[in-house]
Write a protein that binds this ligand. Structure first.
Ligand code: NFK
Length: 210
């Protein structure tokens, strides 16, 4: 049995959300006490709640929507690298890490320290990281922050550069205590018609396949 490492943020009332975005809410609309048979909940949440993938449509009107994402991009070999301690990560910083030919690179920036609040001053990606990653065969980049661009950015240069190089984005993963190294990633978007992003349950499978 392979070890399963959950790298997802718990979705819960009061969890941090993008400034001004929909707060997460869960409530029971039917209870066993009232209905005599079942509890049934309802959710209100942003498509960017917690750990999520951005579809290109999030920042490009002609970009692919969530239901158009190929699932194979979100399942398969992934390398976790520890790149903590940088205000921004460009080609120069990433060059110091062995990416090992993995199509999926998950970056621990360590820049979201207090998970009870939405972070300020996160480590972002520089646009020149995109070409460097693409040359090494990367197709999915995951970060432990809510964005690959600075939170104040309107132009979203790293999002656009990554898309131009056909690299998709997984945001808000939790890599505290995860050893750098090679894993299998599973982080599937929901089958959400027309959406700009989707929460995912992201897990790493460690150990051997036997
Ligand atoms: N582009 C950011 C998210 C973002 O910009 C955002 C997410 C939720 C609600 C509002 C957002 N931006 C608003 O200006 C990202 O996905 O990395």
């Amino acid at each position: 049995m392979r070890e399963i490492i959950d790298i997802s943020q718990p979705l819960r009332e009061g969890m941090p959300v993008w400034p001004g975005d929909t707060e997460f809410a869960f409530s029971l609309v039917w209870t066993i006490a009232q209905s005599g048979s079942v509890n049934v909940g309802r959710l209100e949440l942003s498509t960017h709640a917690g750990t999520h993938v951005d579809a290109p449509f999030h920042f490009d009107d002609s970009g692919a929507k969530v239901h158009e994402l190929e699932l194979e991009r979100y399942i398969g070999p992934a390398r976790v690298i520890d790149a903590a301690g940088h205000p921004a990560l460009g080609a120069a910083e990433l060059r110091r890490h062995d990416l090992g030919g993995a199509e999926r690179i998950l970056i621990r920036t360590g820049s979201w320290t207090d998970r009870s609040r939405f972070p300020r001053g996160i480590t972002c990606l520089r646009p020149d990281a995109a070409g460097y990653l693409a040359e090494r065969g990367v197709r999915l980049i995951g970060v432990d922050t809510p964005s690959v661009d600075p939170v104040e950015s309107r132009e979203l240069p790293a999002h656009h550069a990554l898309l131009r190089h056909d690299i998709h984005i997984l945001e808000g993963i939790v890599l505290d205590g995860v050893e750098p190294g090679d894993y299998e990633l599973v982080a599937l978007p929901l089958a959400l018609r027309s959406a700009d992003a989707s929460p995912v349950r992201a897990v790493l499978l460690g150990g051997s396949k036997d």
